[in-house]
Structures are given as C-alpha cells and as structure tokens.
Ligand binder design. Structure first.
Ligand code: ATP
Length: 325
C-alpha cells in the first residue's frame, strides 16, 4: 500500500486528492491516511492540504528496499535485490548468497557497513546514511583471467552515471577508484571464486561517498564526497539505478567482444592520469612513466624511456608524481 501511494504521488508531482487515491488504489480513505502517516514516519515529506489532497514534497534521501524497487529500471541487475540497513560488508553477503546458489545479477545493498573493505584488506569507511554500499553478483561465462575487466566496467559505469545524472566531472584513477576534483569519492573491490578454467562467481563491490562531511585516518587525505564537492541533491536509490543501467550496457559490450575494445576509448576519456606522469608502485620494482590509456584487456599502458609497459592491476598501485592522483 505504502509503495503504491508513494508512486502515485511521485508520478503526479502535484496534489492528488484522497478520493483519487482511494479510487485508483481500490482502498478506503482510512487506509490511504494510514499509509501516508507511515510514509511520513519513514522520512518522506508529504504535505496534506484540505480540499486539495496530498503532495510529495522534495523527499529526503530515504534508502530502503522499496526505494530501490521504485527506482529500478535495469533489465536483469537487481531482479533480486537484498537490502540490509546494517551489514558487515556487502561483498561478504554477496559471497554468502553466491555460495547458497543466488542468481547472476543479484544485488546486495546496505545502509551502512561495519566491516567494509578496500583492496588488500584495507578498511573502507562506511558510515550510516552517508554512502552507497553495494555489491553485484555475477556468474560470467568467461575465463578467470578476464575477471579484472569487470572492475574496469564498474569504474566506467560509476563515472558515467555520476557525470550523467549529477553533471559532475567524475574521473577514473585506474583501475578501481573514482575521483572528483582530484580526490577519491568511490572505490571498487572485485573478488572472485574460481575453478582452474572457470569462474564460479564474481562479486563487484562499489562504495560511493555521498554525504560524508569528514573522513578518518589516512582516508582524510585522499577522500571526498559528492556533498563536499557540490550542492547537488542526491537520491541514493536513483544513483544506484543509474550505475547499474550503465553497467548493463557496458557489460553487454564486454561479453560481445570478449574484451574492452568497445569501451577503451570511453574509459580513456575518463582517465584522470591520462597523459600525466605517474608512479607505479610495483612491489617488485617501482617505476615512473606517462599513462597513455588502457589496453583492450584492461592493463594500464605506461610510456617509459624503455618503451611502453602494460601494467596489470593485481598488487600494483598508481600514484601521481606529487600526490594521490
Ligand atoms: P591503491 O591505489 O593502492 O589500490 P586505493 O586508493 O585504490 O589504493 P583501496 O583499496 O581502493 O585503495 O581503498 C582502501 C583505501 O581507501 C584505505 O586504505 C583508505 O586510505 C581509503 N579509504 C577508506 N575509506 C574510504 C572512503 N570511504 N572513501 C575514500 N577512501 C577511503
């Protein structure tokens, strides 16, 4: 009932009389009144004016299973969506669901994480209501060595979604970070479970800083949020849907070609380090060069005095010469 009232108000974008709601939803006036009351308690700003009816004012950024369903316009991602107000980490939950047989396209979303992780086990700050924490479960039909391309696809999807719906100049720091004004607003963590030649499942975890006002520890130096960089109003469920709509488009291109040849040019146009001097923090042998873009399989192409080197993600980190980017 609450969902139906909410979508009726959203679609109308103006007053809808109690009578109209009763008729279109086939329920009593009291049922409508109770539904509206509950929605208000959940944080929706609904105005009730005598002789006019109800109107949904600018809604707060409420995130819950219903909002995710309301905004969902993807075709296969999120057909099954699992929402947690609080969880340890959406990657952990997605892996658990995968082990229990969950389908390709299952999406896990959380309101906050108590054990969010970055690469190499590093902590990911995931405070309540401040961010987007979500993981997509995939069962791709390709070899394990191709899985790292999914991080590239995810990064491109986030950058493109932020650019499209928020009109902010999001960039990508290869391979897995999204940057706004030279600071990090999003990290991506891809993990997989494989047999020798096949992938059992991959989970692609995405954390986006939406309304954080400050960061702790080493993140304080490199992190920012959409709210700190702009005055854009954000509805997390809408941004989540925008990211996965993009992902569906890019994922199809990846599967069709079997590599990133259909995406490379667009990815390179988002690359924050493109044609800039970078330092490659390779544990075996760090080196410097100029980042020129990615290869068709997702390596970073770095021009050095000794020629172009293709760097694969794995254990490597990329930094600017003077700082994080
Ligand atoms: P590298 O380039 O070495 O992989 P990274 O920046 O990609 O580094 P990740 O593994 O993606 O690192 O993320 C973990 C790091 O991100 C943490 O060590 C911390 O410095 C930083 N961090 C933690 N929480 C956040 C957050 N909410 N937003 C931005 N950065 C964060």
């Amino acid at each position: 009932m609450k969902s139906k009232i909410l979508s009726a108000l959203r679609n109308a974008q103006d007053y809808v009389s109690g009578q109209e709601l009763c008729e279109s939803l086939g329920v009593s006036r009291t049922a409508v009144w109770k539904g509206v009351k509950k929605l208000k308690e959940e944080g929706y700003n609904i105005e009730a004016v005598p002789n006019k009816g109800y109107r949904l004012m600018e809604s707060l950024d409420v995130l819950n299973a219903r909002e995710l369903e309301n905004f969902r316009q993807t075709s296969w991602i999120g057909e099954t969506t699992v929402y947690y107000e609080v969880t340890d980490s959406t990657n952990i939950q997605a892996k658990r669901l995968a082990e229990e047989g969950a389908a390709h396209g299952t999406l896990v979303v959380a309101g906050c994480q108590e054990a969010g992780k970055g690469r190499r086990g590093r902590f990911w700050e995931s405070p309540e209501k401040d961010g987007i924490f979500m993981t997509l479960l995939l069962r791709p039909d390709f070899k394990p060595e191709k899985a790292s391309m999914l991080t590239i696809v995810a990064a491109l999807s986030v950058a493109k979604a932020i650019q499209t719906i928020l009109e902010l100049p999001a960039k990508i720091k290869w391979p897995n970070d999204i940057i706004l004004n030279e600071k990090k607003i999003c990290g991506i963590l891809t993990e997989m479970n494989t047999e020798i030649e096949t992938i059992n499942y991959v989970v692609v975890g995405i954390g986006i800083n939406v309304s954080n006002q400050k960061f702790e520890g080493d993140a304080a130096l490199i992190a920012t949020s959409i709210a700190l960089e702009s005055d854009k109003k954000i509805h997390r469920a809408k941004l989540i849907d925008a990211v996965w709509q993009q992902f569906e488009i890019y994922y199809e291109k990846l599967c069709k070609k079997g590599d990133l040849s259909g995406l490379k040019e667009e990815y390179d146009s988002f690359l924050v380090n493109k044609d800039r001097q970078v330092r490659i923090l390779d544990p075996k042998e760090p080196f410097e060069g100029v980042a020129r873009g990615i290869s068709e399989t997702g390596e970073l192409l770095v021009e050095t005095n000794a020629g172009v080197r293709a760097v694969s993600s794995g254990e490597v980190s990329v930094r600017g010469i003077y700082g994080y980017v």
